[in-house]
Design a protein around this ligand. Structure first.
Ligand code: BT5
Length: 315
């Protein structure tokens, strides 16, 4: 949304305000005011106009302006009702030189997980990718996956869903012995060894979707299923982006925040890595995101892999 339109909205929110007053305050013509108001109405803002002037009655439920409006983080948002993959779109925007941009969609038709796995993204989810250009070496980039996991876990807990994090990239909800997958995170990047050029952090939140519409084998859940009522996707996306924005600037503290929500630490795990399978107790996590596993033959530090939580062996 452009700067003037933001200012029109802010003035309306404090409203009612007359067209001529608005024109004076913003130093634009009356017909420009009218055009901005019409454009905002087209985007779903309900704006009344009566003798007292213009006033804001309601904000759209979801979309670019909805998420940008009142967002306390410096991201511009691009919204799609349906798109193959927000990560693919964000990569294209990165190639065009963009930064601090969020690609958001209601539905993805070609959503991707790690290792090119399929990510089911029906309408009603919060499928988003954050594109930014941190001034860090490539080796530090995994910390942004952890930051995203912490940010989305905090947003979920604020929405009343007790989520936890399974290393490295899953946000889960526990049901007895069972863990159900609520969120998946896929980080992609490009750069030279000593400096990242761009990072795209893709976050897929099963928000208002029926877990029955998601693949069974993943044991999925959703915010609406956990809460028994839909979540306000606009507020959720805003809280998620605000938390992520704060954490990306404070990467030294991300690991500690991650530990607070980790479900993996203290568990018996099996991690499938490109070099083979490692089994043992997950004892810690190290900056920028490696898992420390106590195995029968000593400590191993694993920086990437698929992690399975194992049942403790009965005594
Ligand atoms: C992930 O991969 O968990 C990362 C998913 C990232 C998705 C976001 S959405 C916005 C952005 N745009 C994209 O195209 N991607 C990102 P991984 O750990 O590899 O897990 C993938 C596995 O999760 C699949 O093989 C399924 O078993 C399972 N799965 C697929 N869709 C799911 C869903 N909606 N909920 C829970 N599990 C799912």
């Amino acid at each position: 949304m452009n700067e003037t339109r933001h200012r029109v909205l802010d003035a309306l929110a404090d409203g009612p305000v007359s067209g001529p007053t608005l024109a004076d305050e913003l130093d634009i013509s009356r017909s420009a005011v009218w055009k901005h108001v019409e454009a905002l109405r087209d985007e779903g803002f309900e704006i009344r106009s009566d003798d007292a002037g213009y006033g804001l009655d309601s904000v759209p439920e979801f979309g670019a302006s909805a998420v940008e409006y009142g967002l306390d983080a410096p991201f511009s948002v691009e919204y799609h009702d349906s798109i193959p993959s927000t990560n693919a779109r964000a990569r294209d925007l990165a190639a065009d030189g963009a930064s601090d941009t969020v690609v958001l969609a209601d539905e993805q038709t070609g959503g991707r997980g790690r290792l090119d796995r399929e990510w089911h993204s029906p309408s009603g989810g919060i499928w988003l990718s954050v594109l930014f250009r941190p001034d860090v070496p490539m080796a530090h980039a995994p910390v942004f996956t952890l930051a995203a996991a912490v940010a989305v876990t905090r947003a979920a807990r604020e929405a009343g869903v007790e989520a936890g994090i399974k290393w490295p990239n899953d946000v889960l909800v526990r049901h007895g012995d069972e863990e159900r997958k609520l969120v998946g995170i896929l980080t992609e990047m490009e750069g030279e060894a000593d400096r990242v050029s761009w990072v795209v952090v893709g976050i897929g939140v099963n928000a208002n979707v029926d877990p029955a519409d998601l693949p069974d084998d993943a044991n999925p859940t959703s915010l609406s299923a956990e809460r028994d009522e839909p979540v306000d996707r606009r507020l959720f996306a805003q809280r998620l982006l605000e938390e992520f924005d704060a954490l990306r600037q404070d990467s030294a503290n991300v690991v500690e925040a991650w530990r607070e929500y980790a479900t993996t630490l203290g568990k018996q795990v099996r991690v499938e890595t490109p070099g083979g399978s490692i089994e043992g107790e997950a004892v810690d996590i190290q900056f920028p995101g490696a898992l420390v596993i106590e195995t029968e033959s000593g400590r191993e530090v694993v920086s990437a892999g698929d992690c399975e939580h194992l049942r403790p062996i009965a005594e």
